[in-house]
Design a protein around this ligand. Structure first.
Ligand SMILES: [Zn+2]
Length: 135
């Protein structure tokens, strides 16, 4: 390592990742890269997987929570990740890149249908969301 981390910044740096967290509806502990309270005033949960390692394996049963969640899949090329979503019983598919806002109270889950090379898919829990009720 080229430089030591200055002491005043050490509380802002986390390298012991991911944190495996039990999440409502999830079939196994979620690999979380950011958890609420990890940094001062940051009330986010960011879980994510290499989508190529979870093809065909639902990450969770359909579940509901009182905060919104944003599903995010990043890729340079369209269609690197193909995902089936279920929102309140309705199913649809998207090709990456995508960001999907899941309103609070919406029953949701997803399954990666295709991903042939390492690409990351994230679920971002916005724990202290202050938006209007979404209809
Ligand atoms: Zn969720």
């Amino acid at each position: 390592m080229a430089y030591a981390i200055p002491g005043k910044y050490q509380k802002y740096i986390m390298t012991d990742l991911p944190k495996y967290v039990e999440v409502t509806g999830h079939l196994k502990p979620a690999p979380c890269w950011i958890v609420p309270g990890m940094f001062p005033g940051v009330n986010l949960a960011i879980a994510g997987n290499d989508a190529s390692k979870i093809v065909g394996a639902p990450h969770a049963s359909p579940h509901v929570h009182d905060h919104p969640e944003i599903y995010l899949a990043v890729s340079d090329n369209r269609g690197a990740v193909v995902t089936e979503f279920q929102l309140d019983g309705e199913k649809f598919q998207l090709e990456s890149p995508y960001a999907v806002f899941v309103p609070p109270g919406t029953k949701h889950c997803f399954t990666i249908l295709k991903c042939d090379s390492p690409h990351w898919a994230f679920g971002v829990g916005v724990m202290d969301w202050k938006g209007d009720t979404v209809t």
